[in-house]
Design a protein around this ligand. Structure first.
Ligand SMILES: C[S@@+](CC[C@H](N)C(=O)[O-])C[C@H]1O[C@@H](n2cnc3c(N)ncnc32)[C@H](O)[C@@H]1O
Length: 243
């Protein structure tokens, strides 16, 4: 694990001020559920990589045959394991479980709001891992990619709009203040916060052997971010033998 990555994983491993209260978390995952459901293959095998607290997991698993949740932060995995113990369709993976997943078995890999925490040098290797898990025809959905030079006010405005709609405007304002005073900004500088132009993501997906496409709308509540699908091609058909 690289130092930058461990900085972010430590951040997500302890309580943080990103979501200001339960209502914020509920509204966030309600939006994710609505945006993701149309992409979930009925009866399919889905891996949610960097799933966070995964409040939409039950709804997604209802549609998918199996939903496998992976998050690099051990405390997040522990909460998920506790919540989903014995769930017939949801499995929580740790690192060895993830490494042991057989190739060519997954219909959809979700990576939503995670790229910013991954050192850019590691991304091609990870795209390779996600691709190897996919069946031919399977899809990698990379969502909520932060674009370079996004002014902070756009994220703040987006959070305040959602807060106003869902009745947590005051806590959201307090939360933004708390975040500004926390070590979050220093961490962004120290650990890095990866951003990509849409054409860069398209190139990364294509270089990783996936057929890339930008989705018309972002997945999640931050409309000015971008989401992409990379489809693993079917193997070329053997040319018919002339008898
Ligand atoms: C902003 S949250 C996104 C959670 C969820 N996917 C969503 O869209 O709400 C980022 C999550 O990614 C996880 N994460 C960060 N770096 C990761 C990495 N290198 N591999 C896997 N998960 C990672 C964090 O632990 C955190 O739970």
């Amino acid at each position: 694990m690289m130092a930058a990555e461990s900085g972010w994983i430590e951040f997500w491993n302890r309580p943080n001020a990103i979501y200001v209260n339960q209502r914020n978390l509920d509204a966030h995952f309600e939006c994710l559920k609505d945006d993701l459901l149309p992409h979930i293959p009925v009866g399919g095998m889905v891996v949610d990589y960097g799933c966070g607290d995964a409040l939409a997991a039950e709804a997604l698993a209802e549609r998918a045959g199996t939903l496998m949740l992976y998050d690099a932060a051990p405390a997040v995995r522990e909460r998920l394991r506790h919540r989903f113990a014995g769930h017939p369709r949801i499995r929580v993976l740790d690192d060895p479980d993830l490494a042991a997943l057989p190739a060519d078995t997954v219909d959809l890999v979700l990576v939503v709001s995670v790229l910013q925490y991954i050192p850019p040098a590691d991304l091609p290797r990870l795209i390779g891992l996600w691709r190897s898990l996919l069946k031919p025809g399977g899809r990698l959905l990379i969502g909520d990619v932060v674009q370079p030079d996004t002014p902070l006010y756009r994220d703040v405005a987006s959070q305040l709009r959602m807060a106003a709609r869902h009745g947590f405007l005051l806590p959201a304002m307090v939360g933004i203040g708390r975040l500004a005073l926390s070590d979050y900004r220093q961490l962004r500088q120290r650990a890095g916060f990866a951003t990509y132009r849409p054409d860069q993501v398209i190139t990364l997906l294509a270089d990783g052997g996936l057929t890339p496409e930008r989705l018309p709308d972002n997945i999640g509540p931050t409309a000015h971010r971008a989401s992409f699908v990379g489809r693993k091609p079917q193997p070329a058909a053997e040319p018919a033998k002339v008898q």
